[in-house]
Design a protein around this ligand. Structure first.
Ligand code: UDP
Length: 340
């Protein structure tokens, strides 16, 4: 297929472009580079051994989006492009709703006009809210999220479900990610957060490379085995392969919309991840236990059985693989991608 990957220069997008190319698909990227660097594309092209066409614009521009579909022959869309910082979304809700909803609506309308009917959406485990039983199952029906960021995922899932229900031929996969970490084993592409990382793994990686003094663990008194929060960390290359599996499954879907958890099914605590990262680096890393971060849940992980049964996909990479690959990327690129 010829696949439009929105946000294809970003962390998960770039790894998915590579997985698509490896599976024999053609890729067209759209990215406005507001939170990604052009160097990611150069490196992708090196790794894929072919050029990747890139359109640099903001998808909230509906006219530009329509023009793209008028000029490129496309079979499917994988939509990653979005604002993604939970804390920032609390401070700037209007910007998050505007950006994350308008971009999807531009795509949906352009796809309807140009008869493109395959859609894979980048959703998140945050849609399960605070009450869902663990492990999280796709059958849970009361989707909600405490942050505006998470709420844009809930609303986008709803928009796509409503559109697919009434648009002939539409097939939509809603992929609910757990905690993506790791990097391509080449060390050439990886996660490159701007400013202070919000997420645990990139923060740990920056401590290890000397950019941050120490890790602060947000809470050591949770009702878990070691008192720190447990999450379902998934290697970004497993996640990328999950997108390819979902894309290739769309035509066989009996319903217009289907949600799939992409996780491993196992919880790992903050302390366990820290110690795994120390093994990858080869020495201890400085840390302290600080106060809880507002909004964090004690422990959750995926029930990944639907993705295995229906997509034939399961995560295969271990926590040690995730740490080793993150460390290779971070140590080879201590400041992230070069500016160019
Ligand atoms: N965390 C931490 N220190 C940090 C960043 C994160 O202790 O500097 C913890 C956080 O409280 C959570 C886990 O690491 O329990 C994963 O956090 P992250 O932000 O990576 O993902 P989230 O839980 O928001 O999906």
């Amino acid at each position: 297929m010829r696949v439009l990957v929105t946000g294809g220069a970003g962390y998960i997008g770039s790894h998915t472009v590579l997985a698509l190319a490896a599976a024999g698909h053609e890729v067209v990227v759209v990215d406005d580079f507001s939170n990604a660097k052009p160097a990611a594309i150069t490196r992708l092209e090196e790794l894929a051994g072919r050029s990747v066409p890139v359109h640099a614009f903001d998808l909230t521009d509906a006219a530009r989006t329509d023009e793209l579909f008028a000029t490129e022959q496309l079979d499917a869309v994988i939509h990653f492009a979005a604002f993604k910082a939970v804390g920032e979304s609390v401070r700037k809700p209007a910007a998050y709703y505007r950006n994350n909803l308008d971009s999807t609506l531009s795509l949906v309308e352009a796809m309807q006009r140009h008869d493109v009917s395959r859609f894979v959406f980048s959703s998140s485990a945050t849609v399960y809210g605070e009450q869902a039983p663990v492990p999280y199952s796709e059958d849970y029906g009361f989707l909600s999220s405490s942050s505006p960021y998470g709420q844009t995922k809930v609303m986008n899932e709803r928009i796509l479900s409503d559109v697919a229900a009434v648009t002939e031929g539409w097939k939509v996969a809603l992929l609910r990610y757990f905690n993506p970490v790791g990097a391509h084993p080449s060390g050439r592409i990886g996660e490159d957060p701007q400013g202070v990382p919000n997420n645990l793994m990139p923060f740990l990686a920056q401590v290890a490379v000397g950019r941050r003094e120490k890790l602060t663990i947000f809470g050591g008194d949770y009702p878990t085995a070691d008192g720190t929060c447990e999450r379902d960390y998934i290697h970004v290359d497993d996640l990328a392969e999950g997108h390819v599996a979902a894309l290739e499954h769309l035509d066989a879907m009996s319903e217009p919309v289907r949600a799939f958890n992409l996780g491993t099914g196992t919880g790992t605590s903050v302390l366990q991840l820290l110690h795994a990262f120390e093994r990858a680096v080869g020495h201890d890393l400085p840390y302290e236990i600080g106060p809880r971060r507002p909004g964090d849940l004690p422990a959750y992980w995926a029930d990944p059985s639907r993705a295995h049964a229906e997509l034939g996909w399961r995560a295969t990479r271990t926590i040690d693989d995730m740490c080793a690959d993150t460390w290779r990327w971070q140590s080879q690129n201590p400041q992230g991608y070069p500016e160019d």
